[in-house]
Design a protein around this ligand. Structure first.
Ligand SMILES: [Zn+2]
Length: 418
C-alpha cells in the first residue's frame, strides 16, 4: 500500500508537471510589451470604450492565448482539488492514523494534539507542493511573475511554517470530540479564532512576504484621499506594497480591522496605470471598505465553516464514533476536505456578489466608466484573463465576475458572455 500511495503521489506531481509544460508549449504566447499595450489601450477613444464589445477592445491574439492558458490552468486546479481531497484518505490507506494513537505516549494531551495537527498539515502540504511549484514555474514562463527560486523557497517555507502552526492550534479541537455536540463547541471557539486571524494576518503575517508603508505624499495620494473623503472614509489609511516582488500584475486590496484597516495599492498598479485608472481601482476598494466586506468576509467564512462542522457531526459514519479521537479526527478531516471542495461554489458565488457590488459602488463614487473599461481591458491583456470562461469554471473558481461581464457592466450594456 505504501508503494501504491507513493506511486500515486508521483503520478499527481508528474501530471501537474506535464500539464504545465503543455500549457507553456501548446499555448504559444507572443512577446508581450506591457507599455505598448498600455499605450494602445490609452489611445482607444472614450466612445469606443463605452460602446465596443469587450472582445474588440482587448488584444485579440493575447485573448486567444488566454483561452488556451486558462484551459490548462483549470485542469491543474481540478487535479489539485482532487489531490487535496485524497490526501487524508491516503493517510488512512497507509495505516498512519493508527500510529497517531501511539504517538508520544507520555506527553500531555495538548502537546500530542499539536504534533498530530502539525504532521497532518505537513501531509496536506506534501500533496499541494507540486501545484505550488508548477504555478510559479508557469507564471514565470508566461511572464506573469518574476519570483526567483530564492524568494519562492523562502515564501514557501514561511507559508509552511504558518500552516504547521495553524494545524497545531486547530488540532486542539480533537479533545472536544468525546463530548456531546462537539461541532457546536468547536464552532463557538472558531468565531474568536477567525477574528484573531483576520487581525493578525495583515499586521504580522502579510509583512513576512511583502513590505507595506504609508503611501508617500504626492498629488495622486491627495486625489485618493479626496475620493476616500467623498466615500465617507474620513480616516482611510492608504498604504503601498511591493507586489512586484512576486508578480507582474496590478492589484490593490483592503485589509485589517477597525483602526488598522488599510487600503493597499500595489506598486505594479501605481507605476503602470494612469491616474484615472488607479482612482477607479481604489474606488472599487473603497466600496469594499464602505460595505464592511472585510468583516462580512470573516463572518461568512466562519458561518460556512460552522455549517460544515455541524454537517460533519451529523453525517459522521457510525463506525467512526467509537474509535479513539486521534484516529477519528483523520476520518473527519477527510469529510471536511470533501465538504470544503463542495462549498467552494457557494463561497465563490458570495465573493462574486461582493465584487460586483464594489464595481457598482466604484461607478457611483468615481463615475469614470471609461477608466473602468480601460482597467479591465488591461487586466485581461496583462494577466491572460479570459473574458468569458465556461460557466462551470466561474462557479468553481471565479472569485470575481468574469472580465467580459465586468466590462459590459461598466459600459451599461448587456453582458455578452451569456
Ligand atoms: Zn474587489
Amino acid at each position: 500500500m505504501r508503494a501504491r500511495v507513493l506511486i500515486l503521489w508521483v503520478a499527481v506531481a508528474a501530471a501537474a508537471g506535464v500539464l504545465s509544460v503543455a500549457q507553456v508549449r501548446r499555448c504559444p504566447h507572443a512577446t508581450f510589451d506591457r507599455s505598448a499595450d498600455a499605450r494602445r489601450v490609452e489611445a482607444i477613444p472614450v466612445e469606443r470604450l463605452l460602446r465596443d464589445p469587450a472582445a474588440l477592445l482587448v488584444d485579440a491574439r493575447r485573448q486567444r492565448e488566454a483561452v488556451c492558458i486558462a484551459g490548462y490552468s483549470r485542469a491543474r486546479a481540478v487535479l489539485s482539488l482532487a489531490a487535496f481531497v485524497f490526501a487524508p484518505i491516503a493517510f488512512m490507506l497507509l495505516g498512519w492514523h493508527r500510529a497517531l494513537e501511539r504517538l508520544l505516549p507520555g506527553a500531555p494531551r495538548p502537546a500530542r494534539y499539536a504534533v498530530i495537527g502539525a504532521l497532518l498539515s505537513l501531509w496536506l502540504w506534501v500533496w499541494g507542493v507540486p501545484f505550488d511549484v508548477a504555478g510559479v514555474l508557469v507564471a514565470r514562463a508566461l511572464g506573469l511573475s518574476r519570483e526567483s527560486a530564492a524568494t519562492f523557497l523562502s515564501n514557501e517555507s514561511a507559508a509552511l511554517g504558518l500552516q504547521l502552526l495553524a494545524g497545531a492550534v486547530l488540532a486542539q479541537a480533537i479533545s472536544t470530540l468525546r463530548r456531546p455536540r462537539w461541532s457546536l463547541r468547536i464552532a463557538a471557539v472558531l468565531a474568536p479564532f477567525a477574528v484573531f486571524v483576520a487581525i493578525v494576518v495583515p499586521l504580522w503575517i502579510a509583512p513576512l512576504f511583502n513590505s507595506y508603508r504609508p503611501m508617500p505624499a504626492s498629488p495622486l495620494r491627495d486625489a485618493i484621499e479626496r475620493q476616500a473623503q467623498r466615500a465617507g472614509l474620513l480616516h482611510a489609511r492608504i498604504f503601498e506594497t511591493n507586489l512586484s516582488a512576486q508578480s507582474e500584475l496590478a492589484n490593490a486590496f483592503v485589509f485589517g480591522f477597525w483602526k488598522t484597516q488599510r487600503i493597499v495599492v500595489g506598486d505594479t498598479l501605481l507605476q503602470r496605470y494612469g491616474r484615472d485608472d488607479v482612482l477607479f481601482v481604489l474606488a472599487h476598494e473603497m466600496g469594499h471598505a464602505v460595505h464592511g466586506d472585510v468583516y462580512r468576509g470573516v463572518f461568512w467564512s466562519w458561518l460556512l465553516g460552522c455549517a460544515s462542522i455541524v454537517l460533519i457531526e451529523l453525517l459522521e459514519p457510525r463506525r467512526l464514533r467509537p474509535l479513539p479521537p486521534e484516529r477519528r479526527a483523520i476520518g473527519l478531516l477527510a469529510m471536511a476536505a470533501v465538504l470544503a471542495v463542495l462549498a467552494q461554489p457557494l463561497g465563490n458565488a458570495l465573493s462574486r456578489r461582493v465584487e460586483h457590488r464594489a464595481d457598482a459602488y466604484a461607478l457611483t463614487l468615481n463615475g469614470d466608466r471609461a477608466a473602468g473599461v480601460r482597467t479591465f481591458v488591461r487586466f485581461a491583456d496583462e494577466g491572460f484573463g479570459q473574458l468569458c470562461p465556461p460557466r462551470w469554471a466561474t462557479l468553481f473558481f471565479g472569485t470575481h465576475p468574469p472580465l467580459g461581464e465586468r466590462i459590459a457592466f461598466m459600459q451599461n450594456l448587456p453582458d455578452d458572455c451569456h
